[in-house]
Design a binder for this molecule. Structure first.
Ligand code: 5GP
Ligand code: MN
Length: 333
């Protein structure tokens, strides 16, 4: 029913919605769908609930994103209220579109989920599979199910490849399967420039970003007993090193690189007294999605999750250190 309705015969009003602070997968998936639905001649808008990182400035189509602000607020509300379909991309928890959640109260749009996070709640149409490495895989399947793989051009392929690369840690996480590589292969056939994509994602830092990383590495603490490593960046670090959105990306992986560490945690205070953003990464069976849901009002995947605390940085770390011993069964050897 959905496919026949959006197969392009009749023009539809479509809104594409990635999550707050959209990452490479959320942006790549949404931009790919933006180009795709344009090809089907629909009236389509891509709305981001918050600003995206400058590191994604080079992505094809990124300038067309309508970013939420006081200025764009009423236009965004109008687009959502009047749309036929809204696609929720790479998230399934409404807390992740904080600025625009309320607009759905007035909208009769059919709601479609394309997402790979566990425990989705109900949408009108669901393309949900928590076993796949990236939402970009589900977007590829979606286009394939509509028998439209021939519509994937170099731009769409580049966007999807960015989603695959970023959510698989450059094709190395346990979520990577033969399907991931099969799809990557199909995207390569569309003429994408892998070296160029890699350069944009991995080699476009300025010196401050590396110094911010060095600051986090200096503060790294290891709790051997619980096979845990954690570190933080505070508001004076972000000021000193001219922090830009995206600069802390990847810091958390270093803790997990230490032999025998199975849990890595990163606390981030962007501005003084700002709520603290916490990231979790694990190896093997320790389920950080459940951990983040239970104690940090967040969630994510089994091995990568995040949450937020309305506490100071110091209190947040103390809170975490008090919880950890109750997981000794899972964390101690
Ligand atoms: P990151 O640590 O890179 O911010 O997030 C890792 C993963 O955790 C994301 O892909 C997302 O699935 C999830 N995540 C991060 N922050 C939150 C949050 O505040 N709430 C929920 N539900 N999930 C989050
Ligand atoms: Mn994702």
């Amino acid at each position: 029913m959905l496919f026949s309705s959006i197969s392009g015969i009749k023009k539809k009003k479509i809104v594409l919605l990635p999550h707050n602070n959209p990452d490479g997968d959320a942006l790549g998936s949404s931009l790919a769908l933006l180009f795709y639905f344009r090809k089907l001649k629909h009236d389509v808008y891509l709305i981001s609930p918050t600003e995206y990182s400058e590191y994604f400035q080079w992505l094809p189509g990124i300038k067309d994103i309508l970013v939420f602000s006081e200025k764009t607020k009423s236009l965004i509300k109008k687009k959502i209220v009047n749309s036929d379909y809204v696609f929720f991309i790479d998230f399934n928890n409404l807390s992740r579109i904080k600025n625009i959640k309320e607009f759905f109260l007035y909208s009769k749009a059919k709601k479609i989920l394309i997402d790979h996070h566990p425990f989705p709640f109900f949408f009108d149409f669901m393309f949900s599979d928590s076993t796949v490495a990236a939402t970009s895989i589900l977007v590829f399947r979606f286009i394939s199910d509509m028998n439209n793989l021939s519509k994937i051009d170099k731009e769409i392929a580049t966007c999807l490849y960015v989603g695959l690369m970023t959510d698989t840690g450059f094709f190395r996480f346990p979520s990577v399967t033969s399907e991931t590589h099969f799809i990557a292969g199909k995207l390569i056939e569309k003429g994408i420039d892998i070296e160029n994509i890699y350069d944009h994602l991995q080699y476009s830092y300025n010196e401050y970003r590396l110094k911010l990383l060095s600051q986090a590495l200096k503060k790294l603490k290891v709790i051997k007993k619980y096979r845990t490593a954690y570190t933080s960046i505070n508001a004076s670090d972000t000021k000193l090193y001219s922090y830009k959105k995206g600069d802390t990306e990847g810091i958390i992986n270093y803790g997990l690189g230490i032999k025998n560490i199975v849990l890595s945690v990163f606390f981030f205070e962007e501005k003084k007294k700002y709520p603290i953003k916490i990231s979790f990464r694990s190896k093997g069976d320790f389920d950080v999605n459940m951990f983040a849901r239970k104690h940090f009002g967040g969630g994510g995947h089994k091995n990568a999750a995040g949450g937020i605390l309305e506490k100071s940085l110091y209190e947040s770390i103390e809170y975490f250190l008090n919880i950890i011993p109750s997981y000794h069964k899972n964390l101690s050897i």
